[in-house]
Design a protein around this ligand. Structure first.
Ligand SMILES: *[C@@H]1O[C@H](CO)[C@@H](O)[C@H](O)[C@H]1NC(C)=O
Ligand SMILES: *[C@@H]1O[C@H](CO)[C@@H](O)[C@H](O)[C@H]1NC(C)=O
Ligand SMILES: *[C@@H]1O[C@H](CO)[C@@H](O)[C@H](O)[C@H]1NC(C)=O
Length: 198
């Protein structure tokens, strides 16, 4: 999960929804003014548009762009969204690393990542992972190393990144795109039984 700092610089009365669009809900989430779901009775500017997607079986969920919207805090100028977790796991039967890494682009949307509400968190027993902004033109790159001794419990316990098997780093102000990757040269043979995944 992560927070986005929404740019509320435009006059919400001019930019946002009209009165009949207020206090809407989608999937149990309050869509607070000036955010709204677009319809002919509720004209929207794209920056504040929320789509209410039919997930099947009568379930609806709100989205901004491709990411699920979890809550809106108009006073803070923030929305909370669901983010995917990148992973790299050793598959014992295929003896291959299965991995999936995600990036998220907010460029041009009016949103950016909140530097106060987000951290880049890495778990694993022999894991080095990087985070960065755009290739070639970017200015930001960081990362951290997560290590543990054999047999240690790893990861985020009770929402706290402890010193064992977890590391975290801050993200800079104004970030509107990130990519991440795992250092592939970390030799994790020998620890696969205990901790196959980073
Ligand atoms: C909002 O909906 C109307 C009609 O339902 C459509 O014509 C318009 O393009 C939509 N606006 C946005 C920003 O999607
Ligand atoms: C491991 O690899 C095998 C063979 O490629 C595959 O069938 C299986 O689904 C994989 N297991 C996991 C947990 O991804
Ligand atoms: C990784 O470490 C194991 C021993 O733990 C060693 O046998 C293997 O050659 C190493 N692999 C690489 C690519 O360095």
């Amino acid at each position: 999960m992560l927070l986005l700092g929404a740019a509320l610089a435009t006059d919400p009365l001019a930019a946002g929804a009209t009165a009949q669009c207020q206090n809407a809900k989608c999937g149990g989430v309050d869509i607070s003014y000036p955010f709204a779901m677009n319809s002919s009775s509720c004209p929207m500017v794209p920056a504040f548009e929320v789509s209410c997607n039919d997930m099947g079986n009568g379930v609806y969920k709100p989205f901004v762009g491709d990411v699920e919207l979890l809550s809106i805090d108009v006073q803070l100028g923030q929305v909370r969204v669901g983010n995917r977790i990148s992973y790299s796991c050793y598959n014992k039967s295929s003896r291959q690393i299965d991995s999936n890494v995600w990036e998220l682009t907010l460029t041009g949307t009016g949103y950016r990542f909140s530097d106060s509400a987000n951290k880049f968190i890495v778990t694993g027993c022999r894991t080095l992972a990087y985070i960065a902004d755009q290739d070639y033109v970017g200015k930001y790159m960081s990362g951290c190393v997560s290590v543990c001794r054999r047999g240690d419990l790893i990861g985020v316990i009770d929402g706290v990144c402890s010193e064992k098997g977890c590391c975290q780093t801050t993200i800079p102000k104004g970030l509107d795109y990130y990519q991440m990757w795992f250092e592939e040269s970390m030799n994790t043979s020998g620890i696969y039984n205990g901790t196959p995944c980073s």
